[in-house]
Design a protein around this ligand. Sequence first.
Ligand code: MF3
Ligand code: CO
Ligand code: CO
Length: 306
Amino acid sequence: MSGKVLVTPHPSMKNSAPNHLGKMQRNDPCWCGSGKKYKKCHLASDKQRLGGSKEPATQLDRMERSSEYIEGMRESCRLAADTLKMVGENIRADITTDTINTWVHEYTLDHGAIPATLNYKGYPKSTCTSLNSVICHGIPDDTIVKDGDIINVDITCNLNGYFGDTSKTFLVGECSPDAKKITAVAEECLKRGIQAATPNGKMGDIGAAIQAYAHSMGCSVVEKFVGHGIGKQFHENPQVPHFGRRGTGVRLTPGMFFTIEPMINLGDKDLYILEDNWTAVTIDGKLSAQFEHTIFLTESGVEVLT
Ligand code: MF3
Ligand code: CO
Ligand code: CO
């Protein structure tokens, strides 16, 4: 990779702020995995974004996990996974994306949880439905899902104050070879990202594995959205880029909970945001697919919670 590394956190992170300010020295390798020094990379943009304010504790300095906390995360993530499974059992051509939203909304409430995206920084719905060239954050509406579409459904629930986050891309009916390819590549990227997450390894190991596979298949990795720490907040430190260099970035410390959620494009990695201020679409109109799990890093390896 060359030039400037662009990492935009989820919109939700703008205020609640994973914060590297005051935790990193100017000469440390940048948290984003670029291999550059922090002062040459993200120091300025972190300062601009965070204004030097004091932020809440993050997963970089809060690694002790009570069994209550771990159980809370397991239960919330299990519900998110069950919700996604329910969607998979019902999704078909000729329904609207709003119908999927209703399923998710009702299932979540029926199980004693709250859909975390609803009213989140102004997001109006209980799930994200991202069709074809939509990369992420598609807003459910009266759009009809058609035979041959691919659609990512992203579920985040808040159960007893703990957040669980998972998504997958579904193939609807008979799909083109391109649709099958991008979906399979994105799923394999998530699998390889999880395999590369090892206790006391580095964050860059995950992105490097994802990027290497995506590029080997002629696909690109979206850089503007990244995975994230998760727990009693929807988005926490650390950020989880789906690109980078092995051996760089923050240490993967046992006790961390975070998502890996690669967005993989058939064409160019660049994107733009529609006027609704949420929907991210590929700049070239080509297909994009995404898969997401929430994982728990233990002393001995990784527990996939969703
Ligand atoms: N679930 C998404 C994620 O994986 C975030 C969606 S935020 C929303 O982090 F507001 F767009 F819903
Ligand atoms: Co997420
Ligand atoms: Co998600």
